[in-house]
Design a protein around this ligand. Structure first.
Ligand code: PMP
Length: 430
């Protein structure tokens, strides 16, 4: 890419959460393969991000590429209204087979945020069909569910966009974030705030929505399976729907195929996205039980009121189907376990560093929480100079590499983090 391309980008193109007047620098990537990104000047960076949880099999995977080419030769897209096609049927068969048995009905959507909108609309329509006015949701502080309006309304009220859109977002209930860590011993009082809120408000709640075990963009926190078990018990007790947002955690990232498995529970509605296509195309799915689907369908509307233009896009379905076939070959548990072991060995000792408030690892996710916020532009540049792609935010420097990463490459990532912690200029004052 030429300097003029980069100048055009800076002047005209919005990037995620970026200013148009003072954007952070963007690095030109022209190719990606395995766990490497290639910059336009030829430099190769080891990828520590999997493009935000998505590229689990690595980039430019020949099997995923072949699935796209084969589908493209048939058709790239066709509307899903009144039409079905083999790629959607194959994918939904696989999804129904690998998720909890009760989740039989699949809604295909375009992105994670839309999957969450769909899940929340399903809960609202479910109660409407039962003749009850229930329009509130109970969720957890430090949660993150996406950037569209309904999804935003259940993101953490402090470190999200609630204040910006005040008056426009519906009010929901927020239980204290779980404090009991994944590998601590379970403290039942951790769920007290959640228990109080559900006791008080269950009659007006449409559903509980949460990220199981890993709270991602809201703080990269790993909480105890006991919390999730308690939530499931309380939802059963009050006959409330439980929506599990596995958009980040789904497909092996935490060491289980789905994070709910750590607590041996099943949700009533499940959202998946991101790694669903192996990070190749945008696609998400919201799955629910026959009972929920039938109730909605027997309601006044007679159907579920959602139908995006690109619903069930054949290219996205075909590549997702191949990604799930690769997951089914079951190499990922050993790959994730090996990444976990190496992340633990390299990152947990960094707890002794003065800038480090906490270090934690679960599955193929490694997190360094610092005392000070990172200087994003400076730290990103430092990492690029070290030949790695790591994008920190706030006080967090974290890794979630492709499952296929070589151990030497993973070591380059953890060494770069270790080196960054020695550089005062990469941090803002507290
Ligand atoms: N839920 C969770 C848990 C997520 O991590 C994300 C994305 N970071 C979303 C929902 C939204 O997904 P998308 O960005 O594809 O809309």
């Amino acid at each position: 890419m030429t300097p003029s391309d980069l100048a055009f980008d800076r002047r005209h193109i919005w990037h995620p959460y970026t200013s148009m007047t003072d954007p952070l620098p963007c690095y030109p990537v022209v190719a990606a393969s395995g766990s490497r990104l290639q910059l336009s000047d030829g430099r190769q960076l080891v990828d520590g991000m999997s493009s935000w949880w998505a590229a689990i099999h690595g980039y430019n995977h020949p099997r995923l590429n072949q699935a796209l080419q084969t589908q493209m030769a048939q058709m790239s897209h066709v509307m899903f209204g009144g039409i079905t096609h083999p790629a959607a049927v194959a994918l939904c068969r696989q999804l129904v087979a690998i998720t909890p048995a009760a989740l039989e009905c699949v809604f295909l959507a375009d992105s994670g945020s839309v999957a969450v909108e769909v899940a929340m609309k399903m809960a609202l329509q479910y109660w409407q069909a039962r003749g009850e006015k229930r329009q509130q949701f109970l969720t957890l502080r430090n949660g993150y569910h996406g950037d569209t309006f309904a999804a935003m309304s259940v993101c953490d009220p402090q470190n999200s966009m609630h204040s910006l859109y005040q008056g426009y977002l519906p009010d929901h209930h927020f239980a204290d974030a779980p404090r009991c860590r994944f590998d601590d011993s379970w403290q039942p009082d951790d769920a007290d705030s959640f228990t109080r809120l559900i006791e008080q408000h269950h009659a007006t709640l449409a559903a509980v929505i949460l990220e199981p075990i890993v709270q991602g963009a809201g703080g990269m926190r790993f909480y105890h399976p006991g919390y999730l078990q308690r939530v499931r018990e309380l939802c059963d007790h009050y006959a409330l729907l439980l929506i599990a947002d596995e958009i980040a955690t789904g497909f092996g990232r935490t060491g289980k195929l789905f994070a709910c498995e750590h607590a041996a529970i099943a949700p009533d509605i499940l959202c998946v996205g991101k790694a669903l296509t192996g990070g190749t195309m945008t696609l998400s799915a919201t799955m629910t039980t026959r009972a929920v689907a039938e109730t909605i369908s027997n309601g006044a509307a007679g159907c579920f009121m959602h139908g995006p233009t690109f619903m069930g896009n054949p290219l996205a379905c075909a590549v997702a189907s191949e990604s799930l076939a690769m997951i089914a070959e079951n190499h990922w548990p050993a790959q994730v376990a090996q990444i976990e072991q190496q992340l633990r060995a390299a990152l947990l000792p960094l707890r002794a560093q003065p800038r480090v408030a906490d270090a934690r690892v679960l599955g193929a996710i490694g997190v360094i929480e610092c005392h000070q916020p990172v200087n994003m532009a400076a730290m990103q540049q430092f990492f690029v100079e070290q030949g790695v792609w790591i994008r920190p935010f706030g006080r967090l420097i974290y890794l979630m590499p492709p499952y296929v990463i070589e151990m030497q490459d993973l070591q380059r990532l953890t060494t770069a983090i270790s080196a960054a912690l020695q550089q005062p200029a990469l941090f803002h004052p507290r």
